[in-house]
Every structure is written in structure tokens, then in C-alpha cells.
Design a protein around this ligand. Structure first.
Ligand code: PEP
Ligand code: MN
Length: 363
């Protein structure tokens, strides 16, 4: 079910925004100097709107750098005073949240590990109640759109209207080139279910490595996301956390120069007309697709009845294997992605078998 929550567009709490929302700053704040030096360079680039700095760092394994703690909040205050940036950090429990609000932070975000825990999210939501903080909610570590939505609803029910969702990728179940694999399908689903919720992307935690930041950031814009959170550090090689994925402010500027920003519509009647023409063709083809599928299923049922009369099983594994090979090969010739064709025919076949077994089980 679609939830039309009364969530503010980003421009309401950030009126000077005239581009996608760009949040940047170190993964972890390490020293006052590192916090300020990074912020000063970022402030020169007018495309950065919010400064981030991790203070309490959730680490997967114990014994790694866990953040400087509350003292970092003072450095965020200094960054804000000097550069005028709204500042934000990650909170992972009620105490962090109280301290962050008391320190006057503009933005707090709930990290991926915390979003996965409804008790933690509720604890944070109870503290932000009545404040006008901006609360960002990263996706949970597993691609569960309901869990992500649940966290957003908890914050919303605490009266917070300045909410932003952040896509930071999901824990891979096998080795992938990215640290956390992006799942745009889950993002599209969130957009469908919560249409007025701003969604941005955190390419840093998806990538894990600097070299992949551009492709992920461009993809986020291609998908119509409203902004990016990219980690930057005055000297990434010395960073105490996430060294391989952080950019110097200068390299961040270079990355931004290359990115193409896309808009939901082109404000150009000729473009809109042409788009309509193409969409009408797609609509007509979709009707044909469904009619063709329906004819296919009629034959599947007929075969089912025939198999039943002859006491033959619904599934013939050799025929299925041969069919799949043939379809994937034909698909390749037609320039269709083989994984796509495979999944499509798995679905078709699954439902064909379901229909035939139903026929067989009928009295
Ligand atoms: C972070 O933003 O520094 C962070 C730890 O993010 P995540 O919750 O996405 O891992
Ligand atoms: Mn990080």
C-alpha cells in the first residue's frame, strides 16, 4: 500500500539548495584540525550543502577505531560556526541522539545496522520527538523494504517531517566488486510505496573503493535520486576508518564535474511529446505481451489436461532444460540479457507447472 506521508521536500529545510543535495565530510572525525581543514576545503566548493562527520562509529568487528565520541560534537559546532554548513552525524542509541540534539546538530542519521533494529530506531525516534532535526534513515543491511519503511514510519510518527532515506547498499552474500551491493529495485519500491520521501545515495559505502564512486553516483542520478552523501577526508591515506573509499575535497570536485545531473522532466514540450509517443508504443507492446502470455498459458493448460489423462507428471526435466537453453540462446541473438531471459522463463515455467499440478489435483 502506498503511504502518502506529509514529509517535506529537502528545499523546505534547506532553502538555498539549487542542485541535488550533496553531503560530504569524513567517515570519522579524528582531530579538530582534520575536521576543520576538510570542512574549509569543502566550503570552497559551492556544490556541497551539508557537512558530515562520524563521531560514534559502528564497527563490524571490535578493536577497530570506534570514533572520538562526544568531543567530536564540539568540532562539528566549530565547522558550523566557521563555514555555515548544516552539520550531521550518525546516532545509534538514545544517548547519542540526546547529545547530538543538545549540541545543536542539524542532521542526524540512523546507520544501516541500526535501521535493521526496530528497538533501536524506536529509542532514537522517542528522543527526536518534538525537535526540528532532519533525520536521515539509511537502508537496513538486508534488502528488506518493509524494515526500511518501518524505521521511516517510526521517525515520522515521532512528528519529524524532515526525513530523507539513504541508499547505502546491502551486505553481499558472496564476494562482489562493491563493498555493499546496490539494489535499485528496492529503492524503486521504496519510491513507489512512499512517493514523497526524498531519497539520496551514499556511493561511498556501496563502493568501498574510490574507483567505483563515479559509476554509482551517476547511476543514482540516472535513477532520479535527489542527492549524494560522499565521504571526504583531507588525507584519505591516513584515515582511521574507510580509507580506501574516501576522497580528498579536490578529487570530490573532479568527480562532481564529471557527473551529469538529470531531471524528472525536461520542461520541454517537444521532449514530452516524443516521450508520449514512445510510451504509447510501450503500452501497446505490453498489451501484446500479456495477450501472448495468456495464449501460452491456455496451451499449458491443454497440455496439463492431456498429461493428466495419460498419467504423466507435470514436470519433464529434460524438456525444461532444453527449453531454457533454447530461450537463452534466442534471447542472446535478440540482444536480451541472459540473466533476464533466465529469470523470465523461470517465472513462466514455475507458473506453468503450478497450473498443470492444479489441473491434475482437480477431482
Ligand atoms: C557511515 O556513514 O559512516 C556509516 C558507518 O554508514 P553505514 O551505516 O551505511 O555503514
Ligand atoms: Mn564510513
Amino acid at each position: 500500500m502506498t503511504l502518502k506521508l506529509d514529509i517535506n521536500p529537502i528545499k523546505i529545510w534547506l532553502p538555498k539548495l539549487d542542485n541535488p543535495l550533496l553531503i560530504s565530510g569524513p567517515c570519522s572525525l579524528e582531530t579538530e584540525k582534520q575536521a576543520l581543514d576538510t570542512a574549509r576545503l569543502l566550503a570552497k566548493d559551492k556544490r556541497v550543502f551539508v557537512y558530515r562527520g562520524g563521531v560514534w562509529k559502528p564497527r563490524t568487528r571490535p578493536g577497530m577505531f570506534e570514533g572520538v565520541g562526544s568531543v567530536g560534537l564540539k568540532w562539528l559546532q566549530l565547522v558550523k560556526q566557521e563555514t555555515g554548513f548544516p552539520v550531521g552525524t550518525e546516532v545509534a542509541n538514545a544517548q547519542h541522539t540526546e547529545e547530538a540534539l543538545k549540541a545543536g546538530l542539524d542532521v542526524i542519521w540512523i546507520g544501516a545496522r541500526s535501521t535493521a533494529s526496530p528497538f533501536v530506531v524506536q529509542e532514537i525516534a522517542d528522543v527526536v520527538k518534538g525537535s526540528n532535526a532532519v533525520v536521515m534513515v539509511k537502508n537496513p543491511v538486508n534488502p528488506d523494504v518493509q524494515l526500511w519503511m518501518g524505521a521511516i514510519e517510526r521517525v515520522y510518527q515521532a512528528g519529524i517531517k524532515n526525513i530523507v532515506a539513504i541508499h547505502r547498499g546491502f551486505t553481499p552474500f558472496r564476494e562482489t566488486k562493491y563493498r555493499n551491493y546496490p539494489n535499485w529495485q528496492t529503492v524503486i519500491e521504496l519510491r513507489r510505496l512512499m512517493p514523497n520521501l526524498p531519497i539520496i545515495c551514499d556511493p561511498s559505502h556501496i563502493a568501498g573503493k574510490r574507483e567505483y564512486l563515479f559509476e554509482i553516483s551517476q547511476k543514482a542520478f540516472d535513477m532520479g535520486l535527489e542527492g549524494l552523501m560522499i565521504e571526504s577526508h583531507i588525507d584519505p591515506s591516513c584515515a582511521l576508518s574507510d580509507a580506501a573509499q574516501q576522497l580528498t575535497p579536490a578529487d570530490l570536485a573532479k568527480l562532481l564535474d564529471r557527473l551529469i545531473i538529470r531531471h524528472e522532466s525536461a520542461n520541454n514540450p517537444e521532449f514530452e511529446n516524443q516521450l508520449d509517443v514512445l510510451r504509447n508504443r510501450i503500452d501497446a507492446i505490453d498489451v501484446e505481451l500479456l495477450e501472448t502470455l495468456s495464449s501460452r498459458m491456455e496451451i499449458v493448460k491443454e497440455i496439463g489436461r492431456y498429461k493428466k489423462e495419460n498419467n504423466v507428471t507435470a514436470l519433464q526435466i529434460n524438456r525444461w532444460a532444453q527449453l531454457m537453453d533454447d530461450r537463452v540462446n534466442l534471447g542472446k541473438k535478440l540482444d536480451l540479457n541472459d540473466t533476464f531471459v533466465k529469470i523470465l522463463f523461470q517465472l513462466i515455467h514455475e507458473d506453468s507447472v503450478r497450473m498443470q499440478t492444479e489441473i491434475m489435483d482437480e477431482g
